[in-house]
Design a protein. Structure first.
Length: 258
């Protein structure tokens, strides 16, 4: 397995962990400008020896970055550090190994590229996106699970927040117009700004559907009842994720909405 190039400086390697929540599998990104002596790996993925061996072979790996805490992104971090010695940095200190936590607005210069860290919470509280700029290339935005290559992401329990997520979409729209988006699941996004606007419209449409459900079921209706009303056509394999998103929608309408 070798990483698949998207630009001269950004490649991806997909792990063999497909599923309802991971789509075709977690895509690790490998960042290295032409001629740079080392690379940066973003999201090592699951603890899969073949996948980690392939990422290590793409090295030398000088740094590992994490977009958020979920195990399909982080479980491979210790194994990749063992293979390469590279420090692992994440917004959540729990997922740092030999490196400092990532900070919103921080700029990292490594592997011949410039990486700007953007806090984009909502899917999880620790979610970040990364704007990658290489000499002579248009910037590319790594979105983790905040924006996927197909479908929509879950507002994940226990720390997901729809209010934060809508603000994160605003952030990504500001930086993503006309730029390539590289999600951790699914294919790349030709114009991230267009995708973000579609995501926002979908979220607002779902909110309206929840409002209608509450008008029918009563303002104190629980999550399960609202899921059955709004997501009746959802595949059972993702019904749990729908429940998490509905819980976030109800919290937004009852507590967070202006």
């Amino acid at each position: 397995m070798t990483p698949h190039p998207l630009t001269a400086s950004v490649s991806v390697l997909r792990a063999d962990n497909p599923g309802p929540m991971t789509l075709d599998g977690t895509r690790s990104a490998v960042l290295r400008a032409p001629g740079a002596p080392s690379c940066v790996v973003v999201d090592p993925g699951p603890d899969d020896a073949a996948h980690l061996d392939a990422l290590a072979a793409a090295g030398p790996v000088g740094l590992v970055l994490i977009t958020h805490r979920h195990a399909d992104h982080t479980a491979g971090s210790p194994g990749l550090r063992d293979r390469t010695g590279a420090p692992v940095r994440a917004a959540d200190p729990e997922h740092c190994h030999g490196g400092d936590p990532l900070r919103d607005g921080e700029v990292i210069e490594a592997a011949g590229v410039r990486i700007e860290v953007l806090a984009t919470p909502g899917h999880t509280a620790d979610s970040v996106s990364l704007v990658v700029t290489a000499p002579g290339e248009n910037p590319v935005v790594l979105t983790g699970d905040t924006v996927l290559g197909r479908g929509t992401t879950v507002i994940a329990a226990p720390d997901g927040s729809l209010r934060d997520y809508l603000a994160a979409l605003d952030t990504l729209e500001r930086v993503g117009g006309g730029r390539l988006g590289v999600p951790a699941h699914g294919p790349e996004i030709p114009d991230l700004g267009v995708a973000v606007r579609g995501y926002r419209a979908h979220r607002l449409e779902r909110l309206d559907q929840v409002r209608v459900a509450l008008a029918v079921l009563g303002d104190d209706a629980g999550t399960d009842a609202v899921v059955a009303h709004v997501y009746a056509d959802v595949d059972p394999s993702v019904r749990g994720a729908a429940g998490q998103s509905v819980a976030a929608q109800l919290a937004y309408l009852r507590d967070d909405a202006p």
